[in-house]
Design a protein around this ligand. Structure first.
Ligand code: CU
Length: 155
């Protein structure tokens, strides 16, 4: 379990030493850029719970004017969404922000990030951890996210 965990670990966790509790981490982050500058873009990722329960309290970035956490739901056959203040990430769980469900809304994604094709997001956890994760920016009309093949099939 520990060996597998460290193999798939990306940047932010290099400080964790042997015997430390497994931390919560985030990966597979991507942003679907809105075709229209006046409407928000959406962001998706997967949060992986560590050894202890925590919660996601918000997401910050230097590369957009504003970020909110939302959840889409259908009410009486109509899709609506509501803002989320906090999203629980139970120990050992996998919490996905994915199209049609929980998502980030990002207003005013900046041109530098767009031309670079990625933007850094900072995930604020209830336990005080801040996770910096690069999200790939998917331009409008692009086919699918840079997801792993098995997830691609599940769509
Ligand atoms: Cu939304």
């Amino acid at each position: 379990m520990r060996a597998y965990f460290s193999l798939i670990t990306l940047a932010p966790l290099a400080l964790s030493a042997c015997g430390d509790p497994a931390p919560t981490y985030v990966d597979q982050a991507w942003v679907r850029l809105s075709p229209n500058k006046d409407t928000p873009s959406s962001g998706y990722f997967v949060a992986h719970g560590g050894d202890a329960d925590t919660a996601l309290r918000g997401v910050l970035t230097d590369y957009a004017l504003k970020v909110e956490m939302h959840e889409s739901m259908s009410e009486g056959g109509k899709m609506t969404m509501k803002p989320l203040d906090s999203v629980p990430i139970p120990a050992k769980s996998k919490v996905a922000f994915a199209p049609g469900g929980k998502h980030l809304m990002l207003w005013g994604v900046n041109d530098t990030a767009i031309s670079r094709g990625k933007m850094t997001l900072t995930f604020l956890l209830a336990n005080g951890d801040r996770l910096l994760v690069d999200a790939i920016i998917q331009k409008p009309g692009a086919v699918t996210p840079a997801a792993k093949p098995e997830e691609h099939k599940a769509h």
